[in-house]
Design a protein around this ligand. Structure first.
Ligand SMILES: Nc1ncnc2c1ncn2[C@@H]1O[C@H](COP(=O)(O)OP(=O)(O)OP(=O)(O)O)[C@@H](O)[C@H]1O
Ligand SMILES: [Mg+2]
Length: 631
């Protein structure tokens, strides 16, 4: 890094952010770059699109703006982006409140958070530059200074669309200090910041008795009312409600449906007419995105309430269900764990995956398709093909489901349980089995699940466990075979030598003692039996192999272990069967002999070096697999 150069760049950027000037100067900027005067929805849409777009394997659009933080819910995000897209074209939808509805811990707040933080960062970039009338409490769009009579011409000649009117504060200033000479009005570039209450606001409902509407729309300024005398003088008013300060940006309305009706009426006028009704003033124009979130239960009772019809009509609902893809769920946990202080505890391979499998099973709806178990559905959703079902079936499954992803276990629950297991007794690692145990124990404390659900969930823990058992066995077997291909080749050559001597009635030579020997019938049969070649059929099977070898040889090709589909299968099965015994014996003896000990150490080393285990977790894996194989 060239520090001096970077410092210069930094200062240049800071200088740009500090820009101040007059309306006349701004008008020039806006003519060259009309994007500076975008309305709020378009600004957010551009911000998302500027991040870049990818297409996933399954043809879904993935917005990079979200994709570092939000995983597996491409469709809901797509809906949200679509909303901003139409709103950016100034369609009616921009006058609606965007309401995210979904189960607890499903990422609603995270989405809003990303938009808020994103806007702050975007306003600091050249693409996201934004300007306002200096000292305006609502950091108003300077183009509002242009008198109505001239706006038509401005739009025609310069392509600048102007919407909205000066706020009472700026109107007073222009009338009294500048006497209409708007070109001299001072402006500045602004950067959005929730902390400094510029362009990003949050309204959280609290006790309706004590919560005042001024939190949303501002109120009388008690320090100046004495001087100016009348309440309708803009100097006697503070335009500092959340809706005021969020002008041109975004306001998050936390749990909108929990709030008192009087607050919702304010939203009604805002969404209807883009105006905020404040104190003794005529309507104040505001341009901002209002996003809220709620859970399904509250939404249903809101929809059931006749009194709320007018507001319902002004809401755009976006469902945010849980993620349903195992690999994405793993990413969620990794993200959350990275943010926590538990980083020096080792998480054994497959731990997060097994926890994810459990979580996703609780979220899936059973399918009516014959032979489609929840586990198969889970794997299909995760991009894996089965023998009987393929990726092409996924769409049908999704269409069949009614409210999939709206129920089940949340990532938050899983992380809480994992953290619980991690901090317990100073453990140095946790395994998939520990994770499942922690998840199971937590179900007793989980207050919001019914007895039936609990039964169902316990069953899913069992299913996840079975899944892990298979994985564990494979993992260990793989570590036992030093080089799988190598072993397969050796076994094949051995088999072929024997088959040749059997068919040609010749003798084999022992490579070490050089003695002549009969073909090893036991060896050949042990391989052939793997694929059900019977005693009667063995001769023709062996001859078939020899014919294949010579026909390949005529074409100048050599026979290898992939040349014959059935033989390949037989060899693989035999290899695993042999290994199974070795694994079984080695992993389950309490007092391993020297050779077994050497083998075990070798396997542990390999698990540590190549599969990401620690010595402790690798040893536990071996113990666990040993007990499985002995069942
Ligand atoms: N699909 C997802 N991708 C990434 N992270 C997620 C996802 N779903 C949930 N999370 C994570 O889980 C945690 C809980 O999510 P968040 O607080 O956003 O949920 P919420 O829908 O607002 O929940 P609540 O209804 O309880 O307020 C967050 O840390 C969030 O990052
Ligand atoms: Mg939330």
């Amino acid at each position: 890094m060239d520090l001096v150069k970077r410092l210069e760049e930094y200062r240049d950027r800071e200088r740009e952010l500090m820009w101040e000037g007059t309306f006349a100067e701004y008008f020039e900027i806006a003519c060259k770059k009309p994007a500076v005067a975008r309305l709020s929805h378009e600004r957010i849409y551009d911000m998302i699109m500027d991040g870049g777009v990818d297409t996933t394997r399954t043809g879904e659009t993935r917005y990079r703006f979200f994709s570092d933080e939000i995983f597996g819910i491409e469709k809901p995000l797509q809906q949200i982006v679509d909303y901003f897209h139409s709103a950016a074209q100034r369609l009616e939808v921009r006058k609606r409140v965007l309401l995210l509805m979904g189960p607890v811990g499903g990422g609603k707040s995270t989405i809003v958070h990303l938009i808020k933080r994103g806007l702050e960062a975007y306003s600091r970039t050249p693409e996201g530059a934004i300007y306002a009338i200096k000292d305006c409490p609502m950091h108003e769009e300077p183009l509002h200074l242009i008198p109505y009579e001239l706006r038509g011409e401005v739009e025609k000649d310069f392509g600048l669309y102007v919407e909205g009117d000066l706020c009472p504060h700026c109107r007073y200033m222009v009338d009294n200090n500048y006497r209409g000479r708007i070109e001299e009005v001072p402006l500045k570039r602004i950067t959005f910041s929730e902390k400094y209450r510029v362009g990003v606001g949050t309204f959280t409902p609290s006790d309706p008795k004590s919560q005042d509407i001024s939190e949303l729309v501002g109120g009388i300024d008690l320090s100046t009312i004495g001087e100016v005398g009348v309440e309708s003088d803009p100097r006697a008013y503070r335009f500092d409600g959340e809706l005021n300060i969020a002008n041109r940006g975004v306001m998050e309305f936390v749990e909108m449906l929990k709030t008192d009706e009087k607050f919702l009426y304010v939203l009604l006028t805002l969404s209807q007419e883009q105006n905020i009704k404040t104190g003794r003033f005529s309507m104040i124009y505001a341009d901002e995105v209002v996003v809220s979130h709620t859970n399904e239960h509250e939404y249903q009772s809101f929809v059931g309430n006749k009194k709320s019809e007018a507001l319902q009509d002004r809401i755009i609902l976006a469902k945010v269900p849980y993620n349903l893809r195992v690999s994405d769920e793993v990413k969620i946990y990794e993200k959350l764990l990275k943010q926590s202080s538990l980083q020096n505890v080792h998480i054994a391979p497959y731990t997060l995956r097994i926890a994810s499998i459990f979580a996703i099973l609780t979220r899936l709806e059973p399918s009516k398709k014959a032979g489609m178990s929840l586990m198969k559905k889970l794997k299909l959703y995760d991009g894996e093909d089965m023998e009987d079902f393929k990726q092409k079936d996924v769409r049908e499954l999704q269409e069949e489901a009614v409210r999939e992803g709206m129920d089940g276990i949340s990532p938050r629950y899983v992380i809480n349980r994992l953290s619980n297991a991690l901090i317990k007794n100073n453990v140095t690692y946790i395994s998939p089995i520990d994770a499942l145990r922690a998840l199971r124990d937590g179900l007793d404390q989980h207050t919001s699940i019914t007895r039936e659900e609990r039964e169902r969930y316990l069953n899913f823990i069992h299913e996840a466990r079975k899944e892990y058992d298979e994985i564990a066995k494979k993992e260990v077997q793989r570590a036992f075979v030093y080089s799988y291909e190598e072993s397969a080749r050796t076994m094949l050559n051995n088999y072929l030598d024997n088959v040749e001597s059997y068919c040609n009635k010749t003798k084999l030579r022992d490579p070490i003692t050089d003695e002549e020997m009969e073909p090893d019938e036991h060896l050949m049969r042990s391989i052939e039996e793997q694929i059900g070649v019977s005693e009667n059929a063995k001769r023709s099977f062996r001859e078939e192999i020899l014919i294949r070898i010579s026909s390949l040889a005529r074409k100048g090709l050599t026979f290898d272990y992939t040349s014959h589909e059935r033989l390949k299968e037989a060899i693989e099965k035999k290899l695993f069967a042999d290994l199974r015994d070795v694994v079984k014996i080695t992993t389950s003896t309490r007092t391993p002999d020297k050779e077994q000990l050497r083998k075990i150490n070798e396997v542990v080393e390999r698990l540590v070096a190549e599969q990401g285990y620690t010595y402790e977790s690798a040893n536990e894996l071996l113990r666990y697999t040993g007990s499985l194989l002995n069942r």
